[in-house]
Design a protein around this ligand. Sequence first.
Ligand code: PLP
Ligand code: ZN
Length: 411
Amino acid sequence: MTSSLSPGWRHRCPFCNWTEPDTDAIVYTCGSCGKNVEIEMVLSREIARRLKDSRIPGMDRWRPVLPIRPGTPAIPLLIGDTPLYDSAALAKDTGFSRVLVKDDGRLPSASFKDRASAVAILRAMNLGRKTIVAASTGNAAASLACLSAAVGLRALIFLPAAAPEAKIAQLLVFGATVFAVDGTYDDAFDLSVEATRTFGLFNRNTGLNPFTREGKKLCAYEIAMQMNWSVPDYVLIATGDGNIISGVAKGFFELKTLGLTRAVPRMIAAQSVKSNAIARALKTGTLKPVNATTVADSISVSLPRDGDIAIDCIRRSRGFAIEVSDREILSAIPYLARKAGVFAEPAAACAVAALRKAARSRLIPKRASVLCLISGNGLKDIKSAKSSVQKISKAIPVTRKTALQTLERIL
Ligand SMILES: Cc1ncc(COP(=O)(O)O)c(C=O)c1O
Ligand SMILES: [Zn+2]
């Protein structure tokens, strides 16, 4: 591997060890077996020391572990430093020794995907690209549109026409070129790949561009730092394509290699029973497409595009999957909001639904510390949020007189 490059890295296939050391090559899949590739970083004690001593805010603190050329300008938005709440109320209710809530709905475009878009954009800058393409269930697109606007790049987006209105509105507001595909996320994905090939574009797709995992891993670095260089026992992540869980797991593995932490948490894939390809593959040993129909649009994925790597890292971390129903997902929205004051979109609430199920069914021991990643903000999908409370509460239509009468009754 070249030593003149700092930080040092290369493309590597985790399945057959194929490598591509040319860091200017655009590599989406392995040149030998065709599966997804990873970025392999050179990690050292010196790097660990620099990370620990740094006081730089946001993602730029982690530059020594990013495959980005030194001197690449920073994105002028705060990407990272999201709150990590230690929720006494959730610990009490579930019985776990500690329940931590990492609120990534607080990132600039209101979802975790900003972490990945940021690194994909820095990579595009390194390659002199002015346009980035992405297919998305909505959040990756909104995030790419937001961050591209901040650095003056053009974002071309393919997404299902049925994506929640707020996500489509975000795209248009940030000035992206939007192709609303009459079909599923899987259709949008395939079309974006065809456009990438036909026009020689730079593609940010989840589970295709290995740089997305590099951004996602920074969430693990941030969690470890916020926990004073320790880690929770379990990390629950809503999973569709499997790129968030594989990215965050990569971060935890790297932290251990660097000697910054001692253990890797068990990585738990939270899935809807209506979009459970990864949970099934963990049971059967074969990754096969399902017919995804969950209400949690961000994790409605028939064929997980990063399934192989996700399954591998779940296994290596001694993790597993927890499947929940759509009803459990929706009821986790007001549950989390009322216990912890955090508003999650349905996909993000899936992690909380899995937490509740783990507590009920003892899938996770009560002595454990458990972290739920809140990967998207509740304002992203107001229709689902409203339906989540339809049966338990509604606004009371009042006049001045009836308002005062009602208050007299309930106070
Ligand atoms: C809010 C939210 N949660 C979870 C996920 C799932 O991530 P992945 O598809 O990488 O498993 C996504 C992906 O779109 C998302 O937007
Ligand atoms: Zn390979």
